[in-house]
Design a protein around this ligand. Structure first.
Ligand code: ZN
Length: 320
């Protein structure tokens, strides 16, 4: 039974790199022809294309699936399990970030609500101050009319002058209160505008929030369904892997920071911890006669070619 890689993206990437390899083959062949034979470039390209074409045909001839219980088979089983696990990890990380966005919005709205009520309190205080000043004005006005009346009944100049001074004093008091009122009114106007702006921002954010919330609910349901499906696939695969190997794999995965328990070699280094792998060890990995782990991080190595052939088989099976 051919293996199907669950991680479609990886499959595509792998196929893409095969295409890149073809292009490199063409370029290399082109260079070789030019250097060794010294023929014209056009001719060289034609030869190179034929060479690459022949190589392509070879690539399309699928490598046979590894025998059950062979090391290659075991490695590929682990690799497929790893693909499923990585997909599950990705879903869990994504799901973990989604509620954060909603929580940030909720905090933002709550902050605005607090500011609005604080501003509203300040506004109320301003109105109270205005009322106090208005009451003072009324008081002063009453005093002035009383003093003016008294001026009509004075016995001498000194009394008249003294009442005039009182009237003058109250007039200044009225002017002071009026100044205070206009100041407080200007401040209240600004505060009212600020409250209005905050309220409209809050309304906007609330709309986004309710949208995000329903989005989040939908995504969580979708993710849970996908995760359950992936876990089911993982269970099927796990049943086919020998328990000792599976336990080791799970242990490595648990300790690996990126959740990768089986890795390929990339640029002569471990694909998990990036320690350099000596050439002899790389050769052993390519031969896959036994399971080889990274001496630095303990991750299991899988040969790149093995993965590539497997992807090609899966792609061919998907086409048929
Ligand atoms: Zn390593």
């Amino acid at each position: 039974m051919p293996f199907h890689c669950v991680k479609q993206k990886r499959c595509k990437l792998a196929l893409y790199s095969i295409k890149n390899q073809d292009i490199r083959n063409i370029n290399m062949a082109k260079k070789k022809v030019k250097e060794e034979q010294g023929v014209s470039e056009n001719q060289g390209v034609a030869t190179a294309m034929t060479e690459a074409g022949a190589e392509n045909a070879e690539v399309r001839k699928l490598a046979p699936a590894p025998e059950e219980n062979s090391i290659a088979y075991k490695l590929l089983s682990l690799y497929h399990l790893q693909c499923i696990y990585s997909e599950i990890d990705k879903i869990r990380i994504e799901r973990g970030e989604l509620p954060n966005e909603v929580r940030n919005l909720e905090d933002d709205i709550e902050g605005k609500r607090t500011r609005i009520s604080k501003f509203q309190e300040e506004l109320n205080e301003m109105k109270e101050r205005e009322e106090i000043e208005n009451a003072k004005i009324q008081e002063s006005k009453a005093l002035i009319s009383r003093y003016e009346e008294q001026q009509n009944n004075v016995r001498n100049n000194r009394e008249y002058e003294s009442l005039s001074k009182e009237i003058e004093y109250q007039t200044v008091e009225i002017q002071n209160s009026e100044k205070k009122i206009s100041k407080v009114q200007a401040a209240a106007e600004i505060k009212t505008e600020e409250i209005k702006a905050l309220e409209s921002e809050m309304k906007e954010k609330s709309e986004i929030l309710s949208q995000k919330k329903s989005e989040l609910d939908g995504l969580i349901a979708e993710h849970e369904e996908k995760e359950a499906e992936l876990l089911g696939k993982a269970d099927v695969l796990k049943a086919k892997i020998e328990p000792r190997l599976l336990t080791a794999f799970e242990r490595i995965r648990k300790n690996a920071r990126n959740g990768l328990a089986i890795v390929q070699i990339s640029r002569d280094a471990c694909g998990g911890c990036f320690s350099m792998i000596p050439p002899q060890r790389q050769l052993d990995i390519r031969l896959h006669k036994k399971i080889i782990v990274c001496e630095a991080c303990g991750r299991i190595f899988i040969d790149e070619q093995l993965v590539k052939e497997d992807l090609e088989r899966a792609a061919a099976a998907a086409e048929n």
